[in-house]
Design a protein around this ligand. Structure first.
Ligand code: ZN
Length: 348
């Protein structure tokens, strides 16, 4: 959203935001693009722009009017933000006293879905007259987290939004949405920022060697910032292939399991690329050795895919990581990285 100085947190959204505010008349929008490009931030800034009370439309969202301040305080009466319970604290949006406690009591952990009750609330919200007279906005993120019942509940309202209501759905996986939902929305495709813009932004956030983390996260600047804040730096990322080739899992021990699996999948991918004579994508070229065993890499990839699909399974994380790393070691064992290492497990 736009802060009190009039600045957007993600500078590459400035141009798309202005364009949408000037041209977009649709009552239901679907903002989609790769993970981490800033769909949710753009959706909130767009809502803020529509609700802003600055006199000049060119100045909206101004960041300073009463309406903008209410958006900043996450308490605007004409803005409803629906996000899964599991993402509410991370995003700082969408907490709703009506549903959270019972959900938690019933299931024990926060829901990953946008539930039908929340969608019903949004439909009812859209039908109430705007409190401040500039319309009403419902933001849903990530929209593909609506289950089938929730999506069907939304269909009719999307087709004929009541009065002044507008819906903004944001998604990194629009193909996972019901086709009937997609067809009722004006699609707006977002592209990742240019590498130079992303690196400048990361450098301004204090991230050193931003290019390495940007590649590590598949060119997702927001994700790169989170990794950096959680202690992943260019040096530890670049060291990872050699460690795995030696069967060492210590770097991975403090990481959350989904990130470990993601990192090993990227290592497996890059090792296969280099073995086939192509350039790696996620690791520096100097960090990936030639000569990995392709059959063993394939088996490793299949196992990583299987584990990733069952990420919700109550794994014993340390044992699982050890087993995945050992499988990786076998695939990488004959590479130069393993031979160069000081603590290679020797085989008779
Ligand atoms: Zn304003």
């Amino acid at each position: 959203m736009v802060d009190a100085t009039g600045a957007l947190a993600l500078p590459w959204l400035v141009a798309p935001l202005r364009d949408l505010l000037q041209r977009q008349q649709a009552h239901a929008l679907l903002l989609h693009g790769p993970q981490g490009v800033g769909q949710f931030e753009l959706a909130i800034a767009l809502a803020q722009g529509w609700l802003c009370e600055a006199e000049s439309s060119d100045a909206r969202p101004c960041g300073r009017c009463a309406s903008c301040k209410l958006v900043q305080a996450r308490s605007h009466p004409d803005l409803l933000v629906l996000v899964p319970e599991a993402m509410q604290s991370q995003l700082g949006w969408g907490a709703n006293d009506d549903d959270a406690p019972t959900d938690r009591a019933a299931k024990g952990k926060p829901s990953q879905e946008i539930k039908v009750d929340a969608v019903r609330r949004a439909v009812a919200f859209a039908q109430i007259t705007s409190g401040r007279g500039r319309g009403k906005v419902v933001v849903m993120h990530p929209a593909e987290r609506m289950n089938g019942i929730a999506a069907n509940t939304l269909l009719k309202t999307l087709e004929e939004p009541p009065g002044s209501a507008r819906f903004v759905l944001s998604s990194a996986a629009p193909d996972a949405l019901l086709p009937t939902i997609r067809s009722r929305c004006q699609a707006v495709a977002m592209t990742p920022p240019a590498a130079a813009d992303a690196m400048a932004w990361l450098a301004a956030q204090g991230v050193a060697d931003a290019a390495v983390l940007l590649a590590a996260t598949g060119q997702q600047p927001q994700e790169a910032l989170v990794w950096s804040q959680e202690g992943v730096d260019a040096a530890s990322w670049s060291r990872l292939p050699a460690l795995v080739a030696q069967g060492g899992a210590e770097t991975l021990a403090g990481w959350p399991l989904p990130r470990v699996i993601d990192a090993l999948q990227k290592l497996c991918h890059d090792s296969a690329c280099v073995a086939a004579g192509a350039a790696p994508r996620y690791f520096p070229a100097t960090a990936i050795a030639r000569g990995a065993d392709l059959a063993a890499l394939n088996a490793w990839r299949a196992e990583l895919t299987r584990v990733a699909r069952n990420a919700e399974h109550p794994w014993n994380a340390p044992l699982l990581i050890e087993s995945l790393v050992q499988q990786g070691r076998q695939a990488l064992a004959r590479t130069g990285l393993a031979r160069r290492g000081v603590s290679v497990h020797s085989r008779p």
